[in-house]
Design a protein around this ligand. Structure first.
Ligand code: CP
Length: 305
């Protein structure tokens, strides 16, 4: 039997998520512990990353573990034609845990099925980004005091945005209401609408980024248009700056509203928003370190007091 891995947030129950968020809050109080002494983790990043890779590596370093890996597939033997299977079989000889980002949807599931050590999906194409959801849920709880019954407005690239896809599934345990704001070309895929229907989750779709949606929100989750997923760059040019959040657009928003973004941002949040106390995306990214410490310890069966 394969070891337990984190491939899809949908594989984690409400109880699993609450347990991991509780552990993350203990790491936020004290992130420097000896829990991974003697363990080695690998970060295999076949696609670019700043936050995910560095927060995972910081998470391991602060727990006194060791990290090996690559941040650019061009420096790995995949460029010589080595298969993903062989890469995973080799790396699993060396380490206790594999953290992988790959452009192919389903690659993390495949890796988890052949790997003798746990695999964490750090993003597989447009499909899933489950540890982003863990830190998003941690941040939502931190700022709202609850995960229950919140109005969440998700703006931007809902077609290719893997953080959005995971977030919908992760929040589904907590009775959310969604506003989905996207141009027609980047609308939320039918499978996520069907998922919402199957769970009795309310949602509405908009092509306008309206004051109505912003002012009704507890969380405004902005996203980048995912240039790297477009096969036709002319299509990207048409939608790349379709929505831009400016500070004045928050003037009638709820007191408790927080603006989140998985980052990196391009132009979809104007820099004049950064000093607004409702902007919380940099704190959100910092929470990634604690959420990832919690996920790693959970998968390795390490108790965190
Ligand atoms: N949010 C996120 O996945 O950022 P990176 O691409 O920088 O890892």
């Amino acid at each position: 039997m394969s070891p337990k891995s984190l491939v899809n947030i949908g594989d984690y129950s409400r109880e699993d998520i609450i347990r991991i968020l509780g552990t993350a809050s203990r790491f936020k109080e004290n992130p420097n512990r000896d829990l991974l002494k003697g363990r080695v983790c690998a970060t295999l990043f076949f696609e670019p990353s700043t936050r995910t890779r560095l927060s995972f590596e910081t998470a391991v370093n602060r727990l006194r573990g060791r990290i090996i890996g690559f941040s650019d597939a061009a420096t790995s033997s995949s460029t010589k034609g080595e298969s993903l299977k062989d890469t995973i079989m080799m790396v699993s000889n060396y380490v206790d845990l594999i953290i992988m980002r790959h452009h192919l949807e389903g690659s993390a599931r495949y890796a988890s099925e052949i790997s003798p050590v746990p695999v964490i999906n750090a993003g597989d194409g447009s499909n899933q980004h489950p540890t982003q959801t863990m830190l998003d849920l941690f941040t939502i709880y931190e700022t709202q005091g609850t995960l229950e019954n919140l109005n969440i407005t998700v703006v931007g690239d809902l077609k290719y945005g893997r953080a959005v896809h995971s977030l919908i599934q992760g929040l589904s345990h907590f009775n959310p209401s969604f506003h989905f704001v996207a141009p027609e070309e980047l609308a939320i895929p039918d499978k996520y609408k069907s998922f919402c229907h199957s769970k009795g989750i309310r949602y509405s779709e908009y092509t306008d980024f309206s004051a109505e949606a912003i002012n009704d929100s507890d969380i405004l989750y902005m996203t980048r248009v995912q240039k790297e997923r477009f096969t036709d760059l002319m299509e990207y040019e048409k939608v790349k700056n379709v929505y831009v959040l400016h500070n004045e657009m928050l003037s009638d928003s709820k007191e408790n509203l927080k603006v989140l973004h998985p980052l990196p941002r391009v132009k979809e949040i104007s820099q004049d928003v950064d000093d607004n106390p409702k902007a919380y995306y940099f704190q959100q990214a910092k929470n990634g370190m604690y959420a990832r410490q919690a996920v790693i310890c959970d998968l390795l069966g390490i108790e965190v007091k």
